[in-house]
Design a protein around this ligand. Structure first.
Ligand SMILES: [Zn+2]
Ligand SMILES: [Zn+2]
Ligand SMILES: [Zn+2]
Length: 252
């Protein structure tokens, strides 16, 4: 199973418009972060986790021409504003299976009201909605949804084999921690250094990594407070900062 990081940045992306800080003006391409999303690929099957605001650019630069499904973690703008840009793929291959919890669908139906009303504007995203209510299977790939907490909002983390993707959260319950044990690769939210009401800090992410003890961990959803080369050099063994374009293999 191959994981491609399409974007690793926080909701405004890095650089942030108008910011002159060291990360936003860095020449290191790893400090250029589009909005957070990954592509999971196995034997020609492509599963997209979140359709980020930058999906069009991400698909063009990664060469994505086909998707089997989109899994949505939650309906915040940075994770779903790219759904309309998936239309060229939907036009070629028909309605696309999209998986989300009922809470996330409520948000998606509000944002994409035009896609759900019959008639009207013809160039609408063609969505085949699936409501998550437990483990499910996409084209032969078993997927386990796990609820984590993002301020007040439940967000869906996804476990596929020994890989788990845990974006946008500041709390992981004991039960969820149990379901996130025995991982080969954990991808986890690490927004910034200072405390934040809805996201894990770098220290908070490292504490969960220590508790969950995956073989490897990669940090994502990163703001300009974290400079790649500066902060990466201080991380524990087998923990790295993900960056856009990074491709890693994960055990099933
Ligand atoms: Zn986000
Ligand atoms: Zn900045
Ligand atoms: Zn969010």
């Amino acid at each position: 199973m191959r994981i491609t990081f399409l974007g690793t940045g926080t909701s405004v992306g890095v650089p942030s418009i108008g910011c002159g800080c060291a990360t936003c003006t860095s020449n290191d391409p790893r400090d250029n972060r589009l909005r957070t999303s990954v592509l999971v690929t196995e034997d020609g099957r492509n599963i997209l986790i979140d359709a980020s605001t930058d999906f069009r650019q991400q698909a063009l630069r990664t060469g994505i021409t086909k998707l089997d499904a989109i899994l949505f973690t939650h309906a915040h703008a940075d994770h779903c504003f790219g759904l309309d840009d998936v239309r060229p793929i939907m036009m070629r291959t028909g309605p696309l299976a999209c998986y989300a919890t009922e809470t996330t669908w409520e948000g998606l139906r509000r944002v994409y009201e035009y896609a759900f009303v019959p008639g009207g504007y013809s160039a609408k995203p063609r969505i085949e909605p699936h409501t998550i209510s437990g483990a499910f299977n996409v084209s032969g790939i078993d997927i386990e949804p796990i609820e984590v907490i993002h301020g007040e909002l439940p967000v869906t983390a996804f476990r596929i084999g020994e890989f788990a993707y845990v974006t946008d959260c500041n709390h992981i319950s004991d039960e969820a921690c149990e379901r996130l044990s025995g991982l080969d690769l954990l991808v986890i939210d690490a927004l910034r250094i200072k405390a934040h009401p809805t996201h894990l800090t770098l220290a908070g992410a490292l504490a969960y990594i220590e508790r969950l003890a995956p073989r490897r961990a990669l940090l994502t959803h990163i703001s300009h407070d974290i400079n790649h080369s500066e902060h990466e050099s201080r991380l524990p063994a087998r923990v790295n900062i993900a960056y856009d374009g990074l491709v890693v293999e994960a055990a099933r």
